[in-house]
Design a protein around this ligand. Structure first.
Ligand code: GDP
Ligand code: MG
Length: 672
């Protein structure tokens, strides 16, 4: 006989005592919890090879330290040597019941969910996809009826199974990017003290943020308590800045977002009896037919506003740098020194910084959409497409959308994907998104060749990136990244007006990455480019005789089948390896322009490209290897050299194939 200690946990009135009585019959013993005035019912019975010792825990809605009942329950889960916790839930009130479940998941309890009163749920037209709920929670769910003992045998067999192979139920919890990141930071510190590791560090982290008196007392005994508490204060302040709410509310909201996401995915219910505003908005926003149109409209609006507001600022900054350049030039007489400081330094950095307003606006809008809860909805509705066609989790769409801003934060946003292989695949797709650095390229080419259809061509480029990414994903999901990832809950946070401070902080966090890139990488690249253009001594700046021209000439033939086998195009593509902004800068250099203006660039581009080869070139620059910063981000996030290299291979091949098709099919169709 093997002994099993099992606890029955759940909200009041869900049928725990009924289950307990059915199982133990007369073999029970009622007393008090040691030193507490809370009743403790314990009983025993045999099932198969097992001798059960079962404890009916007090009914709770939460596992805070507010009531003795809650403390008794959580102490039982943490301290007593229980094998399994059966969480009895009332199926007709699943949503409310799951709030306690999430907290037991935070504790990593070895759980089995006993779904009681499902007959009531069905009467209310609630249909629960039990299998899916189980997959989303990450532990078994068994339907039972406490009144007539239906499902009890399956329940006990399941309990025996998880007793033999315990499951860490915290794995499938997802509490959103922001909270997850900060909990993670706190967990790392907590895990430095082994004496705190008797419970999952995520539990300690959450409880500290919730100001749980018992956990705080325990942590205060730790040798690193001041370090931990300092981090807790820092995070709590940060959360208030971002969400305009205390950490306790933020955590509670995260739990509800998790539950709402699970309910929306796995439970079919008649429209809610009393609709909240959030429900009403959701009815429209996540409507299967309307959702894609709303999404496209919002994206379109975002791009329109970004340029409408960002453009004038961009020109202002451009002028300022030009003025600075000519002012500084008036003090220097040496030709090379003047060229170095004014063209390479001031021109190079100015060219990049002038895009900051546009990038800032883009991040601002993305942050607003993210913080008000819309992006989560977009991912939720797009999940249907993503899952069926591509085989990726809908959450993979969020990094892709962020990729419209900049690849670096987008790569970092893949952290929300729980499955490692999905995460890596999502990283492979981000580089195909038209980040803001591609915009200057589109701008000079559409001005030169498609001035009548600027908007359409832009949209085509964005669309091309998405379509190519989805095709690549579908191919890879069926080859290298085989195997469907197990489903995870997509949290549905309630809509709220984002706080100004929160949005600005998020925007700043993202824009910071871009500024860093401009300050270091792009500066270095534009200096190298400048040096290659001006040497050997005596050549015309950026001409075919310069080192730059020589390199371009050597590799240009590779691009002949794509329609742009000129050394100038080759040079632009090489320099774009550093950062895509540099593509335009290098055309400027070659054209011998002091400043890049779209009008002036036109005749120069007309010498090099036809409309068809221009389109092919745009597609190539969109799809080929992303900037060094993005490659670096992938390297950092995967902690390997393998994935950045694979990504470069994928993007280069894809770019070559797609441009080849565009140019050759286009030629066959009679375009030129
Ligand atoms: P506890 O508070 O979780 O211990 O719940 P109880 O076992 O005391 O049950 C609360 C009420 O729900 C009692 O009136 C039970 O008779 C009733 N109940 C429990 N399980 C079921 C069930 O499966 N079906 C129905 N119809 N009623 C149930
Ligand atoms: Mg009871």
């Amino acid at each position: 006989m093997k002994k099993l200690i099992v606890g029955l946990a759940g909200n009041p009135n869900v049928g725990k005592t009924s289950v307990f009585n059915q199982l133990t019959g007369m073999h029970q013993h009622v007393g008090n919890w040691p030193g507490k005035t809370v009743e403790r019912a314990e009983g025993s019975f045999k099932h198969g090879d097992y001798e059960y010792d079962i404890i009916d825990l007090p009914g709770n809605y939460a596992l805070s330290a507010h009531t003795i009942e809650e403390i008794v329950s959580r102490d039982f889960i943490v301290d007593d040597n229980s094998d399994v916790i059966i969480n009895v839930v009332d199926a007709a009130n699943l949503e409310r019941n799951l709030y306690l479940t999430t907290q037991m998941m935070e504790l990593g309890a070895n759980l089995v969910l006993a779904l009681n009163m499902n007959d009531f749920a069905k009467k209310k037209d609630h249909f629960i996809n039990i299998e899916l709920v189980s997959e989303l929670l990450g532990f078994p769910v068994v339907e039972i009826n406490a009144k007539n003992k239906d499902g009890f045998d399956e329940l006990l067999t399941t309990v025996e199974k998880v007793a033999a192979n315990p499951i860490d139920s915290s794995i499938k919890l997802s509490y959103g990017d922001e909270l997850k990141q900060h909990l993670g930071e706190l967990q790392v510190i907590i895990e430095q003290d082994k004496s705190l590791c008797d419970v999952p560090s995520i539990w300690t982290a959450i409880k500290l943020l919730e100001k749980d008196s018992i956990v705080i007392e325990k942590v205060q005994k730790s040798s690193i308590s001041s370090k931990i508490m300092m981090e807790v204060d820092k995070i709590a302040k940060h959360l208030i800045d971002i969400f305009d709410e205390g950490a306790e509310e933020v955590i509670a909201n995260a739990r509800y977002a998790f539950i709402d996401g699970l309910m929306a995915e796995a439970v079919e219910r008649p429209s809610v009896e009393k609709e909240t505003t959030s429900d009403k908005i959701d009815k429209i926003v996540t409507n299967r037919i309307l959702a894609p149109f709303i999404f496209i409209f919002l994206m379109w609006l975002m791009f329109q506003l970004t340029f409408l507001i960002g453009d004038p600022f961009e020109q202002l900054i451009n002028q300022a740098f030009n003025m600075l350049g000519s002012w500084v030039a008036s003090f220097i007489s040496n030709y090379y020194l003047k060229a170095f400081i004014c063209d390479a330094l001031i021109g190079g950095v100015g060219g990049v910084i002038s895009y900051l307003p546009i990038i800032f606006m883009m991040f601002l809008f993305l942050s607003i959409l993210e913080d008000c809860g819309y992006l989560a909805r977009a991912a939720f509705t797009l999940d249907i497409v993503m899952h069926k066609i591509v085989g990726l989790h809908g959450k993979a769409f969020i990094p892709m959308i962020l990729g419209f801003g900049c690849g670096v934060p987008a790569i970092m946003a893949t952290r929300t994907l729980e499955s490692e292989s999905d995460r890596i695949l999502a990283m492979m797709l981000v580089p195909f998104m038209s980040c803001t650095a591609r915009l200057p390229i589109y701008a000079i080419f559409t001005a030169a060749f498609f001035s009548q259809h600027k908007g359409t061509i832009m949209l085509l480029m964005y669309g091309l990136g998405i379509v190519v990414a989805l095709i690549v994903a579908a191919i890879f999901k069926r080859t290298i990244f085989k195997g469907m990832s197990s489903p995870f809950v997509m949290e549905l946070p309630t809509y709220k007006l984002p706080s100004l401070k929160g949005v600005l902080l998020h925007t700043w966090e993202k824009a910071k990455g871009f500024l860093k890139k401009a300050g270091t990488l792009i500066l270095v690249c534009s200096m190298v480019l400048w040096a290659l253009s001006i040497f050997p001594m005596g050549v015309n700046y950026g001409s075919g005789d310069s080192y730059l021209g020589m390199i371009g000439n050597a590799i240009a033939p590779i691009f002949t089948p794509l329609g742009f086998g000129t050394w100038q195009a080759a040079v632009a593509i090489i320099s774009g390896l550093a950062a895509k902004e540099v593509v335009v800068a290098s055309f400027g250099t070659i054209a011998g322009m002091e400043e890049i203006d779209e009008e002036g660039m036109s005749p120069f581009l007309h010498d090099l490209f036809t409309p068809l080869s221009a389109f092919s070139f745009m597609a190539f620059t969109l799809l080929y290897t992303p900037c060094i910063a993005t490659i670096g981000a992938i390297r950092q996030e995967t902690n390997s050299n393998k994935w950045p290299i694979i990504m470069c291979a994928i993007t280069l091949t894809t770019a070559y194939v797609v441009s080849f098709l565009i140019f050759n099919v286009g030629t066959l169709l009679g375009f030129h």
